[in-house]
Structures are given as C-alpha cells and as structure tokens.
Design a binder for this molecule. Structure first.
Ligand SMILES: Cc1ncc(COP(=O)(O)O)c(C=O)c1O
Length: 393
C-alpha cells in the first residue's frame, strides 16, 4: 500500500495532526468545503504579520514588500503549483480572478457562443451571462446526465462542441461545489482544443485537495483561491495565464500599474491583505511538510469512501458522485430520495446527530446535501454520519 494510502487510515497520526488546529466546541463540522482552517502556528504567524504591518505601515510595505517579499511569495506559490512565476498573479480569491479572466478575454465577437454547464459556480455563471449582455455573445447552458461517468461527461461536451459551431470559450469547473464531481479536465480540454475552444478553469476546490499539474492540464486560463485546501488565511487567490496566451486577456479596465506584458495588469490593482500574503511562506512549508495535496487528498478520500461505502446501496439514499477514482474527491454530496426537502434533512442531521452539513441546489440532478470532511475529521465522526444517514433515510 502506498504510504499516503496507509497513513490516510492511521487515526493516531491524524489525531496528533489535528492537535495543531484549534477547534471551537460545537457540532461536528462536515462543511469544510467553505474554507479550511489555518493551523495554530499559521494563525500566530498571521497575527505577528498583522502587528508588524500595523507598526511599520507603509515604510515596510514600500521598502520591502512591494519589490521584494511580494515577488518572492509569488515565486514560492508558482513553485508550489509547478508553473513559472510570470504566469500567475495574486488575487483576493477565486471569484475575482475568474471574473477578471472572463471579463477581459478579448477574442469574442458578437454572435460567438460561450458554454457553461449546470455544475459551474454561481459567480462564474453570472460572469458568463454578463458576456452575453456586454459582448453580444450567446450563452449555451448544458446539463450533465446523472449519474455521470468519465465517458458521459466527455461525450456531453463533445456533443455540445458539434451542436454549437460558433463556440469560442467555455467555463469548466475542476471540482464542482454542488456535488463534488471531479471533471476529467485533461480530456475535456484536449477535445476543446481540437476545435479551437478556449477553457477558463475554475480550480477553487481542486488546489490542495488532490495533485495535478497545472501546466500539463492543457488549460490556458485558470483561477484559484488558497483558503480551501492549502490552509492560508482568507482573502488570497491567484490567476494563471499560459504565457503564449497573455495577449488574449486585456489589462483589467485600463489597468496601467504594470506593463502590458505583465500578467499582474490582468487583475484589479488594489491594496492587498499584506499580512495574509506574508503568512504564505509558512503555509506552503506546512502544506509540504505534511505531504502536500497527495497526503491531504488520500485522507479526505479515505473519509469520503468510509461513509459512501456504508450507505451507497441503501434504499432511500443516493450518492451524487460515482466511485470512479478519476471523478471524486473528499467533497461528495448525497440525497435522501424519500424526502423532498433536503434542507429539512440538513436540520435533522444537526439537531438529532450534531452533524453540520449544507444543502446545495443548482445541479440539474436536483438538490442535495454536501458532505465535506476536513483534516481534523475523524473516522468516528464519519461513522456517526453513516449511522445518521441510515437512520434518517
Ligand atoms: C467551485 C468554486 N468556484 C469558485 C468559488 C469561489 O471562491 P472564492 O470564495 O475564493 O471567490 C468557490 C467557493 O466556494 C467554489 O466552490
């Protein structure tokens, strides 16, 4: 058994690991998809940086941060995701970055078509619809059949590519926040490329949850945040633009602080959360020290598989992601098929079992309950969940 798989089951290891995090007493949090906890040492470092920047004010920021530390931090981030530093620009989160990419993509002409599916994040959907009003393009919205398979996902895109010959741009979500489905990005991007369709990838839930090679995905444009599975303070994200495609994204609203050849001109210029940025080196160090995305992903998958395998076959329960390891990760939704109102079941899970989850709607397959373990979740927590789902169904 590979090390990460063995360690994923080692409750003693994860118990010790969990000691690095302060956790408020209360319900068992199975809604870690919103954002991740920082470790206690990261919180302390963040607090130190708040005090440092507050004391030193613009003297530190102008003398040391702007031309020095911020570039080093960007270089470290680029190294973490395996791309050259010049291909990424820091943003405040994933939404800002993705909206900048969509807003400033300059290859659309009136009459072109742009594509998205039911599983995209709402800020991405809103931005794609904004293109229709402001660029005169037609927005094509497709739905994925459920249950999905690797082939059905790819076939749905291939059919759309043929049916809508004026497609120029599409949104693609690596891991959908609605059901947790992992898209076969490499295969979809390759099929899109054959027809000259550009992809803007929403990687918000992918980064840190499993390993991938950003510059080998075949994607020219992508947006990420750092607060879900990397363990960074809130308010940080970044965009990636493949170097040969930089000219296809305009500087953001006439942005002129950086040369036109600099990716940083593609995002709004504003005063960032400097203490949070200064905390990133420690965040990256801790992420690497615990085995990075491979180790985190193996643990989250183990916890996901533990409850999914316990309930998958039970009448009255539908698990929304398949068991094809290419198509799932730690975050996975389910539905009580005999209960119309999933929100009321979220409330039962909380009231009767002390389990905190969240209802999600918007997928063509209907409303569901999203279950997201975190790095402090135990196998015992998951067993309470399995028991609760069985009893409530
Ligand atoms: C798939 C997906 N995309 C984008 C976002 C937006 O991320 P942010 O809050 O960093 O803007 C989220 C947030 O949950 C998400 O789940």
């Amino acid at each position: 058994m590979p090390d990460n798989t063995r360690r994923a089951r080692d409750e003693a290891f994860w118990h010790t690991f969990a000691d690095r995090y302060s956790v408020e007493p209360g319900p068992v949090n199975l809604e870690n998809g919103y954002f991740g906890r920082m470790s206690r040492t990261v919180v302390e470092e963040y607090q130190r940086n708040i005090e440092l920047i507050n004391r030193s004010n613009s003297v530190h920021v102008r003398q040391r941060f702007e031309q020095g530390e911020s570039l080093q931090i960007r270089a470290q981030l680029a190294e973490l995701v395996g791309v050259p530093a010049e291909t990424i620009a820091l943003t405040r989160n994933a939404s800002d970055g993705l909206q900048s990419l969509i807003r400033n993509y300059n290859r659309l002409t009136p009459g072109d078509q742009v594509l998205m599916c039911d599983l995209e994040y709402d800020t991405v959907k809103g931005a794609m619809r904004w293109l229709a009003r402001n660029r005169g393009v037609e927005v094509i919205e497709i739905e994925h059949p459920h249950p999905a398979s690797f082939d059905s996902l790819l076939a749905t895109y291939r059919e759309a590519f043929v049916r809508y010959p004026r497609l120029k741009l599409m949104a693609l979500t690596h891991v959908t926040h609605r059901t947790g489905l992992v898209m076969p990005v490499l295969a979809i991007a390759a099929a899109a490329k054959e027809l000259g369709i550009d992809v803007i990838l929403d990687g918000a839930h992918a980064l840190g949850q499993f390993e991938f090679n950003l510059d080998k995905l075949g994607i020219a444009f992508a947006g990420y945040n750092l607060h879900k599975w990397i363990g960074a303070p809130l308010t940080l994200g970044f965009i990636y633009i493949a170097p040969e495609r930089l000219t296809d994204i305009d500087p953001d609203m006439g942005e002129m602080h950086f040369p036109i050849t600099d990716i940083r001109a593609r995002t709004p210029y504003s005063t960032p959360n400097i203490p949070a940025l200064l905390t990133l080196p420690l965040v990256f160090e801790e992420h690497r020290a615990m085995g990075g995305s491979a180790a985190k992903g193996a643990r989250l998958n183990y916890l996901r598989n533990r409850w999914v395998s316990a309930v998958r076959e039970l009448p009255g329960i539908e698990v929304m992601t398949p068991d094809d390891p290419r198509l799932y990760c730690g975050i996975t939704s389910m539905r009580f098929t005999r209960h119309a109102d999933q929100q009321s079941m979220v409330e039962r899970l909380l009231k009767d079992y002390n389990l905190f989850t969240v209802a999600r709607s918007g997928a063509a397959s209907g409303p569901c309950i999203r279950i997201t373990p975190g790095l402090t979740t135990t196998a015992a927590d998951i067993d309470v969940l399995s028991k609760a789902l069985n009893e409530l169904r």
